[in-house]
Design a protein around this ligand. Structure first.
Ligand code: SF4
Length: 362
């Protein structure tokens, strides 16, 4: 192994906080030293999060696929007049929530486009309907883009919208809509989305109100290694300030059905090397995150398993209903049986542990 790389990895394992330049150096490794980085990240994972592989029994509820935005990486959203539009009403949402409850899930996660008629009250209504039908579940919903949209439509501050959501039963918020927190990249992939500064402000406001959130990064499209590092640095800074992130969820870009890929503005997703390094470098760089998730939905279970020996400690949710990645062209995204999760965890000498959304054991 390169001597400088060995010294750096040793230092990080013993508590050195990595600089952005050092993170960039790791993202650029292309040869067998990828395994050394993964091994160091695995050691740090063991120190920080132990040996259990965790998962949550959850269900997505898709509210509507109508969306006023046109993000280039999205194969899910529809415009008025398109085929295949849906917008579930109270009865349908409560039916799905009731079913989730009977399945014993501990978390319901809402996924939705920005419906042209939505206001802050629409989000509040959906949350109340879900919790009426499934009062025992943890509601993991919304994201900073939805909060900004609701605030704009209802002429309210984003803090007020977050308060309304919390009062309606929001348990924690999705840290999605982050994509890559670099405005020049956002201009290409999701111009109508809130800029970096606003995403950071709303996440920080949520943490300030006691609403914990996930953190995400969507990679493998048109971002550079420098962009990835900048994104991770922003997340680390927020976590230093608020401690409000529950985990990082790296989301590998699914390219097939997306306008971004079809128009030649994105590459065909991340490679296996990039998927592994994203988990490993995140684990090494984000020294204030306990949990790094590997996404079987985005990467498939085999790659996700490798992520678990490259710094990851969590397999995310069982799902039951998924349409975002499916819309973009991914397959096998609907449900992963905990028995299969256990097989994958035990195959690498670890135990499987069910958890709540906020990482308490079940
Ligand atoms: S990613 Fe979200 S905001 Fe963007 S077009 Fe798709 S549904 Fe709409």
């Amino acid at each position: 192994m390169d001597r400088d790389l060995k010294i750096l990895l040793d230092d990080v394992v013993h508590g050195h906080r990595m600089s952005e330049v050092e993170a960039l150096q790791l993202f650029r490794v292309r040869d067998r030293q990828v395994w050394e980085i993964a091994a160091a990240a695995d050691e740090v994972r063991e120190q920080r999060a132990g040996n259990a592989v965790t998962y949550v029994l959850n269900q997505n509820i898709n509210v509507t696929n109508l969306c006023v935005n046109s993000c280039g990486f999205c194969g899910y959203s529809k415009k008025p007049g398109d085929e295949g539009i849906y917008f579930h009403d109270k009865a349908e949402i409560q039916k799905k929530a009731g079913l989730a409850s009977r399945r014993g899930v501990s978390e319901i996660c809402t996924v939705s486009g920005l419906h042209p008629d939505f206001t802050a009250g629409s989000y509040v209504d959906v949350y109340r309907w879900i919790l009426e039908a499934a009062p025992e579940v943890h509601l993991h919903a919304s994201n900073p883009m939805e909060v900004a949209y609701a605030a704009k439509k209802s002429h309210l501050s984003t803090v007020r919208v977050l308060e309304m959501m919390k009062e309606a039963g929001l348990g924690s918020m999705c840290g999605t809509a982050a994509e890559i927190l670099v405005d020049s990249v956002r201009d290409t992939i999701c111009r109508q989305k809130i800029p970096t500064k606003e995403w950071v402000r709303i996440i920080t406001e949520a943490h300030g109100l006691g609403i914990r959130t996930t953190a995400t990064i969507m990679y493998g499209h048109c971002e550079t290694d420098e962009d990835r590092v900048q994104h991770l640095r922003i997340l680390r800074d927020i976590q230093d300030e608020t401690k409000g992130f529950t985990e990082l969820v790296p989301l590998s870009f699914i390219h097939m059905n997306t306008p971004l890929f079809r128009q030649g503005q994105a590459r065909a997703g991340a490679t296996g090397r990039e998927d592994l390094l994203m988990v490993a470098v995140s684990r090494l760089f984000l020294d204030n995150f306990r949990n790094i998730q590997v996404s079987w939905v985005k990467e498939g279970i085999k790659m996700a398993q490798l992520g678990l020996i490259a710094g990851g400690n969590d397999l995310g949710g069982t799902m039951f209903e998924e349409s975002i990645s499916k819309g973009a062209g991914a397959t096998n995204t609907d449900y992963l049986d905990p028995a299969e999760m256990r097989r994958v965890a035990e195959d690498i000498g670890r135990t499987l542990q069910r958890r709540t959304t906020l990482y308490n054991p079940v």
